[in-house]
Design a protein. Structure first.
Length: 107
């Protein structure tokens, strides 16, 4: 079952074999609108500062690296962003994130 939140139609955030508490948490973050709100913040950061890492996006948006990476994964699955290139963030290689061509022309 997909969930629509604003401009995004999200696929399920959990996997078939995840424990039930994980599935409920994933449903709640989507149902509450937090997933869409976070995705919008991340998308705004990618549009404004293309080429940043998830860690940098997490810092700018104040979502933290893990939440930013989850929303980047959502946005990638929706063909809103793509990863290209690597850059060090806090000593670790991370992918750099860019808006898709379609997304660039939507502005």
């Amino acid at each position: 079952m997909n969930s629509q939140q604003g401009e995004f139609i999200f696929p399920p955030a959990s996997h078939k074999h995840d424990p039930e508490p994980s599935k409920e948490g994933a449903r709640e973050v989507t149902r509450s609108g937090r997933r869409a709100s976070q995705a919008n913040r991340v998308m705004d950061a990618v549009r404004t500062f293309p080429g940043l890492t998830a860690g940098e996006i997490g810092t700018i948006t104040e979502l933290g690296h893990v939440r930013a990476q989850r929303r980047l994964s959502d946005l990638k699955n929706l063909d809103k962003v793509f990863a290209d290139g690597k850059m060090k963030f806090e000593g670790n290689n991370q992918s750099r994130w860019w808006p898709t061509k379609r997304e660039e022309y939507d502005n």
